[in-house]
Write a protein that binds this ligand. Structure first.
Ligand code: ATP
Ligand code: MG
Length: 419
């Protein structure tokens, strides 16, 4: 009689495990957080292919859609990295609680890891959530450690402190096996933190400011002040492109383009030169806030940073804030320009931001702006300005451009928005 022993072949289902952090959830509604994250991950992945997402035990699982044979793990892992709100993700192999199958699957994974022929230290990390499983954590670790050492005697050695490779095994209703833990973007899922109107110029700072507020769960709209023909069509296109890049992280957003020409010309005519920048900023706030109010958006976001330029001294910020009836979030206020530039490079806005098209602020700029203006100076400078009329006119002439996440990442089929 032939050998009765049938060698068990490696086989498993592929999944992606998305871990939701604990710390970020303090004081927040956990259920709402998880639902929003699931929705945002689904929305991001819908643009990449067919996937199925489920929520269980404070984790999210991503599988191949019902119409798919296999999970496109690499594509999904890259795509979800744009989404705020999770701590880490792992490509996971899941299979029934069968020890022969476990051995086969561990060997298969080890083979892939030792394929390069080089030596690697490793360890096993076993988590036994299923207490009914007969083998204890330690027994499983020893069994699998020995198995790897036997098969890869020339390449593998154990280092429990700083291993190059860690084989993670979770014992639940199935076995879950993986080696990689890929950090997520963290933050809070967009949609958890209300809505904000981002004042988006073509510069380096404001896209980063929008990104930072989105990372705290804020859904964005954006507003750009366009002074055509003093600022070119290219300058406007640059802002549209920046807003499109932001959709990658913030989801769909509406971009408002304000016709700022009449206001700029009026300022130029009636304001003392050294107060022009401050008054211009006050007009921007008034208009942005009027548009925000119309859209039921309760706060503004700006890219200002303390002391960076003349309009960003404390006194200048006080003068601008005075006309605001809603909070102005300035997430870059305490950041160095270097840190902002690093962030801009990381999120992919830097290259677009440094394109050389003029911003309205650089066209109508005073040679010697007042760096320590008083509130009285601002009021006096606006004495001959038709503040209300200009604000109303600008709001009326504002164009709205809805931007979709899909515009930035390729193919787009009509699906429901992120909210
Ligand atoms: P940025 O790099 O974002 O342009 P900045 O350091 O150049 O910032 P300013 O140009 O003085 O600073 O603008 C300060 C903030 O005011 C910007 O970060 C942005 O939020 C807003 N802002 C400036 N110009 C415009 C504009 N044309 N349209 C919309 N918002 C603007
Ligand atoms: Mg600027």
């Amino acid at each position: 009689m032939e050998n009765m022993m049938q060698e068990t072949k490696a086989h498993y289902r592929e999944l992606i495990l998305v871990r939701i952090g604990e710390i970020a959830l303090k004081g927040l509604n956990r259920g709402r957080f998880e639902k929003q994250l699931l929705k945002n991950l689904e929305y991001r992945l819908r643009h990449e292919g067919s996937y199925k997402l489920t929520r269980a035990d404070s984790r999210i699982w991503i599988e191949a859609g019902d119409d798919q044979q296999t999970l496109d793990t690499a594509t999904a892992l890259t795509a979800v990295q744009d989404v705020f709100g999770y701590v880490s993700a792992s490509p996971v192999r899941a299979f029934p609680l069968d020890l022969d199958l476990l051995d086969a699957n561990v060997l298969k994974l080890a083979e892939e890891k030792f394929e390069d022929g080089r030596k690697h230290s490793f360890k096993l990390e076993v988590k036994r959530a299923n207490k009914a499983f007969p083998l204890k954590t330690y027994d499983l670790a020893v069994r699998l450690g020995d198995l790897i050492l036997d098969h890869f005697a020339d390449q593998a050695w154990v280092d429990v402190h700083e291993p190059e490779l860690t084989f993670y095994l979770e014992v639940r209703e199935d076995f879950y096996l993986y080696t990689e833990i890929i950090p997520g973007r963290k933050g809070l899922p967009v949609g958890m933190g209300g809505r904000g109107m981002l004042m988006l110029s073509g510069g380096i700072d404001s896209p980063v400011a929008g990104y930072m507020m989105a990372s705290r769960g804020m859904r964005l709209s954006a507003i750009y002040f366009h002074t055509f023909p003093y600022t070119s069509e290219e300058a406007k296109q640059k802002v549209i492109d920046l807003a499109k890049i932001l959709t990658r992280y913030a989801g769909d957003l509406d971009l408002y383009i304000v016709d700022f020409t009449s206001t700029q010309l009026a300022l130029n005519e009636v304001c003392p030169e050294d107060m022009m920048t401050i008054v211009m900023r006050r007009m921007m706030i008034r208009i942005a806030q009027a548009v925000a109010q119309e859209e039921k958006i309760p706060g503004l976001i700006s890219g200002e940073s303390m002391g960076q330029v003349a309009s960003q001294t404390l006194e200048a910020l006080v003068c601008t804030d005075k006309v605001a009836e809603m909070p102005i979030f300035r997430p870059l206020i305490g950041l160095d320009k270097d840190a902002t530039i690093r962030l801009a490079r990381d999120i992919g806005t830097f290259e677009t931001s440094i394109l050389p098209y003029e911003d309205c602020c650089t066209v109508f700029v005073a040679k010697h702006p007042k760096t320590h203006p008083r509130l009285g100076d601002a009021a006096r400078a606006e004495k001959h300005l038709d503040v209300l009329g200009l604000t109303l006119e600008a709001v009326q002439k504002t164009e709205k451009i809805p931007l979709k996440l899909a515009d930035n990442i390729g193919k787009y089929d009509r699906i429901s928005p992120l909210h």
